[in-house]
Structure formats: structure tokens, C-alpha cells
Design a protein around this ligand. Structure first.
Ligand SMILES: Cc1cc2nc3c(=O)[nH]c(=O)nc-3n(C[C@H](O)[C@H](O)[C@H](O)COP(=O)(O)OP(=O)(O)OC[C@H]3O[C@@H](n4cnc5c(N)ncnc54)[C@H](O)[C@@H]3O)c2cc1C
Length: 282
């Protein structure tokens, strides 16, 4: 029979993780349960769902801190996330349906690390930092370095993801999140875009463009960002930036979509973001 541990504090959880590195960490279980029939029975389960040290949202002078086991529903109910980080809020709103949002967590999305994980492009564009902990101590890893390959992360066998740290955006920052799937609701992404930038004196400042489902990991579109920075976001600019994006992405054809469709959609989403920057902020 599978062993089951349910710690009451973060300290207990880290001690249990150190003593049982072969155990599977269980948060909402929405990824684990789907995959369970296709995998060997776990040696043991370390249940962190609702663990006090891993749940909740706090704001300090520098950042919003989202506990890794905070379910999507709690994130969606937080007015600070909604107003400061609309691109993450929108991503959370489109994860599954209400049942999944009640159980699924940000930490689970991060560690599953699917290229189609909805929050991941938003975390890249918002320059999130991931807080990891073990009995050895705490370390903070920029999300850009957290995911190292297809469904691979830097998480060690004795570590837990504790929180996601999101810097407060500079006032006036525009944010966009879009998922294109088979249908409008409850779809797995064929392509997802998260993008942020400011417009000052008519010119684009600090653009960050991230995409999901166009590579083995979520990616930043650095060449497109370079072309966008410091210029007027008009139709000609949108065309140039979309062209740069097409040169730097190499999506695959799989059961969900084709390479050609993904390229076309990614270019259109990026062009739409550029054009939105040229419009008055609502
Ligand atoms: C019907 C359905 C629809 C879905 N729709 C979407 C969707 O639209 N978009 C989307 O992105 N995803 C979707 N998912 C996938 C899933 O809901 C999300 O990835 C969710 O965020 C997983 O979180 P969880 O807490 O349930 O993770 P779990 O299943 O509990 O865990 C997932 C992985 O993360 C590890 N883990 C979890 N928390 C921690 C932690 N704190 N520290 C270390 N390791 C940890 C676990 O060991 C496991 O490897 C869907 C799933 C289902 C079943």
C-alpha cells in the first residue's frame, strides 16, 4: 500500500521530503491523477495541499508572493493579482474549469512543466522568481532558469517549490495574455502568448514577450523584443516584430496542431500585442 504523509507545517514537510526523496509530492492532484493509470504506483505520497506555509498571497514593497500550493481559485479572488498582474490572472482564469481551479495550484503547473502550462508564459513575461526550499536552505531561481528542458526543472529531489515571487510592475505597464486552443473554453493551448511593455512618449519601453506551446519549453522571444524596444508600435512595427518572431520559433506538429498553424497564430498574436500598444490605454 502506498505510504501517505500529510505534514502540518513547512518545516515538517521539508523534513519529510529530506527523509523520503522517492515520495511523490501531491498538491491538487489534477496532473498526478490524470497520469496515475500510466505510471507505476508511487512509493509514497507527501500531501502539501492546503499546507499553511505554502498557501496564500502576500504583498511587500518589492513583490507579490504567491504560495506554491495556492489554488487558482484563490489567485482569481485576489484583487491585487487581478489589478497588478492581469496577464497571470487571465492565465489562471483559463486553466480548466471551476473544479480544476479549486484544486489545481501554481506549484503543480510549475513542476509538471508542460510546454502548454498556461501560467508559464506569464511567469516568464513577468520575470517571476521561484522560491525553493529544503532542509539545506532556501534558494531563489528566476523562472527563466527554472525550466531546463521538456518537462525538466532544476527542482532537487529533497526540495519543494515554496512560492512564486512576482515583482510589482512599473506603473503604466500593459499586459496581454492570450490562449488559442480548439475552442474558447477549457482548451489546451495550441499557442499561448504573455506579453508586457510600457509606452512612454509614444515609444515602447521594456517589452517582454513569452510564448507557450511553440517549443519544448515556454520561451522568451528575444529577437522580437529587441526590434520592439524604443520604437513606435504601428502597423509597420507589428509586421517587423512578427517577422522576427517567425525566425526565432520552431514549433512542432503534434496531435494538437501543426507547425504551420502554430507559426501563423504566434505571429498574429505578437502583431496584435504590438498594435494594442499603439492604442490608448483603456
Ligand atoms: C480536466 C483538466 C483540465 C486541465 N486544464 C488545464 C489548462 O487549461 N491549463 C493548464 O495549464 N493545465 C491544465 N490542467 C493541468 C493541471 O490542472 C495544472 O497543471 C495544475 O496547475 C496542476 O496543479 P496541481 O496542484 O493539481 O498539481 P499536482 O497534480 O498535485 O502535481 C503536479 C506535479 O507537481 C509536483 N508538485 C506540486 N506541487 C509541488 C510543490 N509545491 N513542490 C514540489 N513539487 C510539487 C507534483 O509532485 C507533480 O509532479 C488540467 C488538468 C485537468 C485534469
Amino acid at each position: 500500500m502506498t505510504a501517505y504523509l500529510r505534514p502540518h507545517t513547512l518545516e515538517e514537510a521539508l523534513a519529510a521530503r529530506a527523509q523520503n526523496p522517492a515520495f511523490t509530492v501531491l498538491a491538487g492532484g489534477t496532473d498526478l491523477m490524470v497520469n496515475a493509470p500510466h505510471k507505476p504506483e508511487p512509493v509514497g505520497l507527501l500531501d502539501v495541499f492546503g499546507l499553511p506555509g505554502l498557501c496564500g498571497i502576500e504583498s511587500n514593497a518589492n513583490e507579490l508572493r504567491l504560495g506554491a500550493a495556492t489554488p487558482y481559485r484563490a489567485i482569481l479572488e485576489d484583487a491585487r493579482v487581478r489589478s497588478e498582474l492581469p496577464c497571470l490572472w487571465e492565465a489562471c482564469r483559463e486553466v480548466g474549469a471551476v473544479q480544476i481551479q479549486a484544486r489545481g495550484t501554481l506549484g503543480g503547473n510549475l513542476v509538471t512543466s508542460s510546454p502548454v502550462g498556461d501560467t508559464l508564459p506569464a511567469l516568464l513575461a513577468l520575470e517571476a522568481v521561484i522560491e525553493l526550499a529544503s532542509v539545506r536552505g532556501v534558494r531563489k531561481v528566476p523562472y527563466a532558469q527554472f525550466c531546463t528542458g521538456y518537462r525538466k526543472t532544476v527542482l532537487a529531489a529533497d526540495e519543494l517549490v515554496v512560492a512564486v515571487l512576482l515583482p510589482h510592475p512599473v506603473p503604466g505597464t500593459r499586459q496581454l495574455w492570450r490562449k488559442v486552443g480548439t475552442r474558447r473554453a477549457q482548451a489546451i493551448a495550441k499557442v499561448a502568448l504573455a506579453a508586457v511593455a510600457r509606452v512612454e512618449d509614444g515609444l515602447v519601453v521594456a517589452p517582454r514577450i513569452a510564448l507557450g506551446a511553440v517549443a519544448a519549453t515556454p520561451i522568451r522571444a528575444h529577437a522580437a523584443e529587441v526590434l520592439l524596444a524604443g520604437v513606435r508600435p504601428d502597423a509597420a512595427c507589428a509586421g517587423r516584430v512578427a517577422g522576427a518572431l517567425l525566425a526565432e520559433i520552431h514549433p512542432i506538429t503534434d496531435v494538437r496542431s501543426t507547425e504551420a498553424y502554430r507559426r501563423e497564430v504566434a505571429a498574429r498574436l505578437v502583431a496584435r500585442f504590438v498594435l494594442s500598444l499603439g492604442q490608448e490605454k483603456p
